[in-house]
Design a protein around this ligand. Structure first.
Ligand code: HEC
Ligand code: HEC
Length: 294
């Protein structure tokens, strides 16, 4: 009798331990599978998501959409990406989000306009996409209808983006986790994938596709020219000059960066860690010097 009750309690204890282990493992797997919102917040900063998805009116709610984006093809409005069910991403799954970021596709298979810089974000590491999704899910749900874009004929036809993608879009390459350290590969990831610096600093052809042989060599935007980021121009700047500019928007001559770039400084380059800033600069230094505009 004594023996068997001892056996039962041992069994119970073992079951208990097993259950705790199971809960811990599941919890760990779950938190892993669900991503880390804190890390995702950092990815969102390094990628400058807030800029295009927040109205510029004072008091606007971050990520609730409404930002005007003027392009040669018309005006885009950044949509609401808070978790509101009706007007935001409330009904989305992580797979829907991954598809939008990596492939520029909606869950119904239609295409996003490349004003959403998925041609850069397509290289985002799986772990970063998962964390970014966890972060977006953690935002307060804000009900605010996204405005329809106001595009010039015929650019408003979403299906035309299919042809654009055939010509100019290559998804990937797939990457499980992002490169780390003060390395050229981390810098490349910060500049080309997350920071999408080429969206403004690489010239485009008449269909809006970046010219790969002029990568980061400076471009003409509606608001004026962006400078060449290859060593041709930046060799005159010390690492200290570049760091100061990317943290404050002040050039070595004491000028203040124009509005578009000061927004990038405010939302992105001023927000990344010192190591990431160093990696970013290391990458810019490693680029092939390209001549100023031909
Ligand atoms: C340069 C501006 C810009 C930046 C930066 C940007 N987006 Fe967007 N995003 C857009 C535009 C414009 C659209 C709408 C595209 C369309 O309608 O085809 C969009 C669409 C989206 C959508 C689809 C929303 C829907 O309702 O279907 C998601 C999700 C999204 N963006 C997330 C992000 C995330 C996350 C980031 C940062 C990693 C980001 N965006 C950075 C401009 C931007
Ligand atoms: C939304 C458009 C836009 C994006 C995105 C952007 N830039 Fe810029 N950048 C500009 C403009 C415009 C200027 C010129 C500012 C001026 O003349 O005052 C500029 C200037 C600069 C300069 C100063 C160079 C010089 O010679 O004067 C550096 C460095 C720079 N950008 C780096 C970056 C990096 C790194 C990224 C990505 C993290 C980036 N930019 C993303 C628009 C952009």
């Amino acid at each position: 009798m004594f023996e068997s009750s001892n056996g039962v309690s041992r069994l119970l204890r073992r079951l208990c331990r097993c259950a705790i282990a199971c809960i811990l493992t599941l919890g760990f797997a779950q938190s892993f599978a669900q991503g880390n919102a804190k890390k995702g917040e950092y990815v969102a900063k390094a990628a400058g998501c807030v800029a295009c998805h927040t109205d510029t009116k004072p008091g606007s709610i971050p990520f609730a959409g409404g930002r005007t984006l003027d392009t040669p093809f018309g005006t885009f409005y950044g949509p609401n990406i808070t978790p509101d069910r009706e007007t935001g991403l409330g009904s989305w799954s992580e797979a829907d989000f991954r598809r939008a970021i990596h492939l520029g596709e909606r869950s119904d298979g239609s295409n996003y306009f490349p004003a959403f810089p998925y041609p850069s974000f397509t290289g985002m590491a799986d772990a970063d996409v998962r964390d970014l999704w966890a972060y977006l899910r953690s935002l307060p749900a804000t009900k605010q209808a996204s405005r329809p874009h106001d595009l010039r004929f015929p650019f408003g036809w979403r299906f035309l983006v299919t042809f654009w993608k055939w010509l100019f879009f290559a998804p990937g390459p797939p990457l499980a986790t992002a490169p780390t350290g003060v390395t050229v590969s981390r810098g490349s990831y910060l500049v080309r994938t997350l920071g999408h610096c080429g969206e403004c600093h690489t010239p485009r052809n008449f269909l809006g596709a970046p010219l790969s042989d002029r990568m980061l060599a400076g471009a003409k935007l509606a608001e004026g020219r962006t400078p060449n980021l290859t060593p041709t121009r930046l060799k005159k700047w010390t690492n200290g000059d570049l760091t100061k500019f990317l943290k404050t928007g002040l050039t070595p001559d004491g000028d203040v960066a124009a509005e578009t770039m000061s927004e990038v400084v405010l939302n992105t380059t001023n927000q990344v860690t010192p190591d990431d800033l160093a990696a970013l600069i290391l990458y810019l230094r490693s680029l092939t010097p390209l001549p100023e505009q031909r």
